[in-house]
Design a protein around this ligand. Structure first.
Ligand SMILES: C[S@@+](CC[C@H](N)C(=O)[O-])C[C@H]1O[C@@H](n2cnc3c(N)ncnc32)[C@H](O)[C@@H]1O
Length: 248
C-alpha cells in the first residue's frame, strides 16, 4: 500500500468523534497530515517552507486578497488546504490544484472535503500543462482576473516548460506572484536563470528551446519579473513577481 493511501486510511480510520472534531477545520486537517508525515515522510511542502510562503502571501495580499490561486503538483492536498486560506472571501474565489497522479488526486479530494473546502479548492486531474488551457478559458469567462498566486511544486524539470505555458495562456500578468519550490536535489538553477534573466535572454531561450509542455506554448518573453530566492534550512523558494510588460 502506498504511503499516501496509508495516510488516508489512518485519517479516515480515526474514531468518529476524533474525525468529527477536525471536520471543517483546515488547520486541524493539516496538523494530522504533518503528524503522519513526520513518521512516514510524505512529499508535502515542509512546514518551514509552508510557513515562509504563508508569511509572503499575507504581506503581499494584505489589501487585495487573491481571487484565483494555482498550484502545479497538488499531491494529497496539503498545500492547497493551507494556502487557500489566503483566498478572498468572494464566493467565486478559487484555488485550482493540478495533480497528475490519480491516487493522489482522489485522496486530495477526500481531505479537501474533510477540511470543508470543496467549494474553494478544485482538484484538477491530469498533467497540469494539459489542463491549463481549459482553465485559461474558464478564468476568462469568469470576468477575467489573472491568478494572483502560482505555486510550482510538481517537478523541477517542468518549472520552465509549464511557466511558459502559463505565460502563453495569459495566466501570468502584472501582479501575479510565482513561488517555485527550490527544494529538489541540485536546486533549480536553470529556472532561477530564466526568471531572473532579461527579456532579451528569455526571448533567445524561448526561440532556441522547444517547449516540451507544448510546441505552441513558447512563453512571453516580454514579461518583466522581479525575482529573489529565500534560503531555508535545507531548501528554498524562488519568489517571482510579474511587475509589467515590456512595451515595444
Ligand atoms: C512534491 S509533490 C507536491 C506537494 C504538494 N504541493 C504539497 O505541499 O502538499 C509533487 C506532486 O506533483 C505531481 N506531478 C508531477 N508532475 C505533474 C504534472 N505534470 N502535473 C501535475 N502534477 C504533477 C506528482 O504526482 C506529486 O503528487
Amino acid at each position: 500500500m502506498s504511503r499516501e493511501q496509508a495516510l488516508a486510511d489512518h485519517i479516515f480510520g480515526l474514531p468518529q468523534h476524533q474525525l468529527e472534531a477536525v471536520r471543517g477545520h483546515p488547520a486541524k486537517v493539516c496538523e494530522l497530515i504533518e503528524q503522519f508525515s513526520a513518521q512516514h515522510l510524505l512529499t508535502i511542502t515542509s512546514p518551514q517552507r509552508a510557513a515562509a510562503v504563508v508569511v509572503h502571501l499575507k504581506a503581499q495580499y494584505k489589501k487585495n486578497p487573491p481571487k484565483v490561486m494555482l498550484e502545479l503538483g497538488g499531491y494529497i492536498g496539503y498545500s492547497a488546504i493551507l494556502f487557500s486560506h489566503q483566498l478572498a472571501p468572494d464566493s467565486y474565489a478559487q484555488y485550482y490544484s493540478f495533480e497528475s497522479n490519480k491516487e493522489h488526486a482522489k485522496i486530495a479530494r477526500q481531505l479537501v472535503d474533510l477540511a470543508g473546502l470543496t467549494n474553494r479548492i478544485e482538484i484538477v486531474d491530469g498533467k497540469a500543462s494539459n489542463s491549463l488551457q481549459s482553465l485559461g478559458n474558464k478564468v476568462a469567462r469568469l470576468s477575467y482576473v489573472a491568478p494572483a498566486f502560482v505555486y510550482l511544486d510538481h517537478g523541477k524539470e517542468l518549472f520552465i516548460p509549464d511557466l511558459r505555458v502559463l505565460e502563453t495562456l495569459n495566466l501570468i500578468a502584472p501582479g501575479t506572484v510565482v513561488v517555485a519550490a527550490n527544494s529538489y536535489a541540485g536546486g533549480v538553477p536553470e529556472y532561477v536563470r530564466y526568471v531572473r534573466g532579461t527579456p532579451a535572454e528569455r526571448r533567445e531561450y524561448n526561440y532556441d528551446v522547444r517547449n516540451v509542455s507544448g510546441k505552441i506554448m513558447p512563453g512571453r518573453w516580454n514579461m518583466l519579473y522581479e525575482s529573489k530566492g529565500i534560503e531555508l534550512d535545507d531548501e528554498g523558494l524562488e519568489i517571482t513577481r510579474c511587475i509589467d510588460y515590456l512595451n515595444g
